[in-house]
Write a protein that binds this ligand. Structure first.
Ligand SMILES: Cc1cc2nc3c(=O)[nH]c(=O)nc-3n(C[C@H](O)[C@H](O)[C@H](O)COP(=O)(O)OP(=O)(O)OC[C@H]3O[C@@H](n4cnc5c(N)ncnc54)[C@H](O)[C@@H]3O)c2cc1C
Length: 400
């Protein structure tokens, strides 16, 4: 039987990373407080929800691969525990992913990507176009190549966040709906300053997990903010598939169309998510060109999209970091940073939350997971309180 922990935890930020962290802490028996003016309102609200450590492989991101694979391995158990605790639907669909190529150049790209994935121990399965269309009959007959990735799954981030909030409420997690402005000190962190109150930390541990918002929370570093977060905007759409075409697809369909990536994520309620652009032009409203491209490329792969109703066009801001790796680690005896999950935060939330619990309990991280590269201090020299520089991988300090 699991030993129940005692102690207070303050989690700042209730996007999927903060919510899964609160859930894992409550699983351990900790008394949790969540501070967020509007939980699940950030990137989580707009995310596609692909749990795709293989399909999302990008060149020169080798340090991310083991984290993504480990996170994917943790997901089924996470989903099972949340589903046991809440009757809210999650729409977790472990049905695999098809990656398709629009033209011959895209097919070559897909082949090269497959070679790179295999080099890193992953196993995409090449399919003939006929075979791919047998699996997904709505695919255009004009595609030039296809790969099946049975182990890349999906979840609905909005439903998952709602289910997690439901569990947290049932378990008596206190939710303070305010924005955090400032932390008083780092080592120790003495108090959390919100817009209207000062919350003394006492013996509590504080986890700063508020996505892009972490860049605005000051007080815990001495010189420049070590968290170099930037918004990377993603345009995304939700469509309703007409009854007579359902299901338009069973699996996630990702594609390359003249080298542009596009994806389609089917949901159990008969809707589809079509995404996503990647823009760094500081425009937080939907971009006409990006939306046009996504619709055009999506229709080229799955012509039936033309029959769908357009329910929603939205833009989310991914919390990007200079090296695409999260900031995850202890920065003070009662302060842990967990942010910067960029393009993969829905997937990586499982690992991030697990790592926070391991850091708190002074436990070893799962085999093969090395968080050294995620050190929150890695982009600045000299701001870290001397005793804690480079603390990401070393629980070092006792939990309380
Ligand atoms: C279009 C798009 C598609 C994506 N698709 C995928 C995908 O398919 N798979 C995947 O794994 N990832 C995907 N992502 C990335 C993923 O959404 C993010 O990495 C993830 O949501 C980060 O989670 P988070 O909890 O750290 O941040 P967020 O989801 O941004 O949540 C931050 C939370 O902190 C709160 N907050 C902010 N400032 C403060 C403050 N000062 N005080 C208190 N609370 C505060 C906000 O209200 C919010 O609730 C996508 C992102 C976008 C934009």
């Amino acid at each position: 039987m699991r030993e129940r922990q005692t102690g207070r935890m303050i989690v700042i930020g209730g996007g999927l990373v903060g919510l899964v962290t609160c859930f894992e802490l409550s699983e351990q028996g900790f008394q949790v407080t969540l501070i967020d003016p509007e939980p699940a309102s950030g990137a989580t609200h707009y995310a596609g929800g692909m749990l795709a450590p293989i399909a999302e492989v990008q060149y020169r991101q080798e340090a991310l691969f083991p984290l993504m694979l480990q996170a994917a391995a943790l997901y089924p158990d996470l989903i099972e525990r949340v589903s046991r605790a809440s009757a809210s639907p999650i729409d977790y669909r472990p049905r695999g992913t098809l990656v398709v190529a629009a033209d011959r150049a895209d097919a070559r790209h897909l082949q090269e990507l497959g070679d790179y994935q295999r080099l890193h121990g992953m196993s995409p399965v090449e399919l003939s176009v006929t075979r791919a269309r047998r699996l997904e009959p709505a695919l255009s007959p004009r595609i030039s190549g296809a790969v099946s990735i049975p182990d890349d799954h999906q979840v609905s981030p909005r439903l998952f966040a709602a289910a997690l909030l439901d569990v947290l409420k049932q378990r008596g997690v206190k939710i303070i709906r305010e924005r955090v402005r400032h932390l008083e000190g780092a080592d120790p962190c003495l108090a959390v300053h919100t817009e209207t109150q000062v919350i003394e930390t006492g013996d509590a541990q504080v986890i700063l997990a508020n996505g892009l918002g972490a860049a605005q929370v000051s007080g815990w570093y001495t010189q420049d903010n070590p968290l170099q977060l930037r918004p990377v905007y993603g345009d995304i759409m939700n469509l309703r598939v007409p009854e007579y075409l359902r299901p338009l697809s069973e699996r996630v369909i990702r594609g390359f169309v003249e080298d542009r990536p596009v994806y389609l994520i089917p949901r159990s309620d008969g809707t589809l998510t079509l995404g996503a652009s990647s823009r760094e032009n500081d425009s937080a409203l939907p971009n006409v060109g990006a939306v046009h491209e996504l619709l055009r490329d999506g229709i080229r792969l799955l012509p039936g999209l033309e029959e769908c109703e357009l329910l929603e066009v939205g833009v989310g801001a991914r919390p990007g970091t200079p090296d695409d790796l999260p900031y995850l680690g202890r920065v003070g005896r009662n302060l842990i940073i967990s942010t910067g999950y960029f393009r993969h935060g829905i997937l990586l939330s499982a690992l991030g939350a697990h790592a926070v619990v391991d850091l708190l309990l002074g436990k070893k991280l799962p085999a093969g997971v090395d968080l050294t590269a995620c050190d929150p201090w890695r982009h600045v020299g000299g701001s870290a309180p001397a005793a804690h520089s480079g603390a990401a991988q070393h629980p070092g300090t006792p939990p309380f």
